[in-house]
Design a protein. Structure first.
Ligand SMILES: Nc1ncnc2c1ncn2[C@@H]1O[C@H](COP(=O)(O)OP(=O)(O)O)[C@@H](O)[C@H]1O
Ligand SMILES: [Mg+2]
Length: 374
C-alpha cells in the first residue's frame, strides 16, 4: 500500500517537546507558571549552596513590568545566590539547553533532569520574548551572559558575553528574566513555599522583595547544615538491562569479578563468586566478551539475589531531628511540637528516609472552617 502524501515524519528536539507539553513540567496556567518558575529557581540556588556546604544567602526580587491581559502580568524574576557559581564554559548549556545539567548522578538534590530552571526560562521566552540575563561570580572572574533558547534545535543562543575581574571574590549566580504570570494569585502560594523552604532549611537566609517593594526576610537561626550527600554506586536491586549494559561497556577490559565488586554498591567478592557460580560464569571472564543474553541473565541474578545488604543512606542528606525542630520552632513557634526521623529504608535499591514534624498552636494559622489539620 502506498503511503498517503499527507503523512510527514519528523523529529523534534527535547526543547520542542517540552515547549509543546509545558503543562507536564508545571507550566499549565499563569498562576502555576509563575509559582513553578520561582520554585525552580529557588531550588537551583539551594541545591548550589547545599551541594558545596555553603550557608545559603538567597534574595528573590519580583517586579511587575507590565500588563499582558486582565489576569496576566509581565513579571520579572531576579534571584541572587552565593552558591559558588558555574564554570563559564557550561553557563550557556546550563541555562539554554533542555536536559543538560550537573545532577545526573546518584545523589540527593532537588533538581534531577536538567529541566526545571530551563522550563521557566523557556516559558518566559515564549510569553515575553526577552533574553535571560545571567551573572556568575566564579573564581577570578565575573561573567555576564544574555541568552535565548533556540527551541527547535535545543541550543542556547548567546546574545552577549562579558567578563571582568572578580575583585571582591564573590561566588554565586544571579538570574533575571521576565515571564507572563498571574502575580496576585500566585503570590500567596510563593510566600507559603518560601516559608516552608525556610522551615526545612533553617540554616538559610531567604529574602523576598515583592512587587510593592516590601522586604520579607526569613533569617537563619542556625549555622548547622545537614551533612552533604555522597555519590554512590548503583545498588544491584535497582539495576536493569540497559544500566548493566552501559556499565559493562565502560568496563570492557575488567574481569567479571572486578566489574561486579567495583561497579555496584554492596557487592563484595564472596557474593560475586556465588552469583557467578549460579550463572555458570567464570570470575575471570573478561566483561567485553559477554554476550547480550549473558548480560540479561546477570541483570536478573543481581536483581533477584536476596543476600545483599540494603543500600546505605549516605547519598541522602536528611534534615535530622534537631534541625527540623529548629526550623519548625523558628517559623511557627508552636505550643506543642514533636519530630521524628525514621531509620533509612530502601525501595528497589533506592534508599529513602521519612522525616516528620507535628506541631500545634503558636503562629500556625488555624483552618478557616474550624477543622484541625494535623
Ligand atoms: N543558581 C545556580 N547555581 C549553580 N548552578 C546552577 C544554578 N542554577 C542552575 N545551575 C546549573 O544548571 C543546571 C541546570 O539547571 P536546571 O535547568 O534547573 O536543571 P536541574 O536542576 O534539574 O539540573 C543545574 O544542574 C546546575 O548545574
Ligand atoms: Mg533545577
Amino acid at each position: 500500500m502506498e503511503m498517503s502524501p499527507e503523512e510527514k515524519f519528523k523529529e523534534i528536539s527535547p526543547a520542542d517537546f517540552f515547549y509543546r507539553n509545558r503543562d507536564i513540567a508545571g507550566f499549565s496556567n499563569p498562576v502555576r507558571a509563575l509559582y513553578t518558575a520561582v520554585r525552580e529557581l529557588v531550588e537551583n540556588s539551594l541545591d548550589a549552596c547545599e551541594a558545596r556546604g555553603i550557608l545559603p544567602d538567597i534574595v528573590l526580587f519580583l517586579t511587575i513590568e507590565g500588563q499582558a491581559s486582565s489576569e496576566r502580568n509581565v513579571v520579572r524574576i531576579k534571584i541572587t545566590d552565593n552558591g559558588g557559581g558555574i564554570p563559564p564554559e557550561h553557563i550557556p548549556n546550563a541555562f539554554g539547553k533542555i536536559l543538560f545539567g550537573s545532577k545526573y548522578t546518584l545523589i540527593q538534590s532537588r533538581g534531577t533532569f536538567g529541566l526545571g530552571g530551563k522550563m521557566a526560562y523557556l516559558y518566559g521566552q515564549i510569553t515575553t520574548n526577552n533574553p535571560l540575563e545571567i551573572t556568575v561570580g566564579y573564581r577570578k572572574k565575573i561573567y555576564f551572559f544574555k541568552i535565548m533558547i533556540d527551541i527547535k534545535k535545543n541550543e542556547p543562543i548567546v546574545l552577549e558575553r562579558e567578563e571582568k575581574n572578580n575583585s571582591k571574590k564573590w561566588n554565586g549566580t544571579i538570574v533575571s528574566f521576565t515571564l507572563e504570570g498571574d502575580y496576585f494569585r500566585a503570590f500567596p502560594k510563593i510566600l507559603e513555599y518560601i516559608k516552608l523552604s525556610a522551615l526545612v532549611a533553617p540554616y538559610a537566609n531567604i529574602t523576598l522583595i515583592d512587587a510593592y517593594g516590601r522586604l520579607i526576610r526569613f533569617s537563619r537561626s542556625t549555622v548547622q547544615m545537614p551533612n552533604p550527600p555522597k555519590e554512590t554506586l548503583p545498588h544491584p536491586h535497582g539495576v536493569d538491562v540497559e544500566m548493566v549494559k552501559r556499565l559493562a561497556e565502560e568496563n570492557r577490559k575488567r574481569t567479571l569479578i572486578s566489574f561486579l565488586t567495583r561497579s555496584f554498591h554492596r557487592v563484595g567478592k564472596e557474593t560475586s563468586s556465588r552469583i557467578l557460580g549460579q550463572l555458570n560464569l567464570s570470575p575471570d571472564t573478561v566483561v567485553g566478551e559477554l554476550g547480550l543474553d549473558e548480560i540479561v541473565r546477570l541483570t536478573q541474578a543481581l536483581k533477584n539475589y536476596d543476600g545483599f545488604l540494603p543500600p546505605d543512606a549516605s547519598i541522602l542528606s536528611p534534615i535530622g531531628e534537631a534541625l527540623l525542630k529548629e526550623g519548625i520552632k523558628k517559623e511557627l513557634e508552636p505550643e506543642v511540637l514533636a519530630v521524628e526521623s525514621r531509620k533509612p529504608q530502601a525501595y528497589s535499591g533506592h534508599p529513602f528516609i521519612v522525616e516528620v514534624g507535628i506541631a500545634y498552636g503558636g503562629r500556625i494559622t488555624p483552618p478557616e472552617d474550624g477543622n484541625a489539620i494535623i
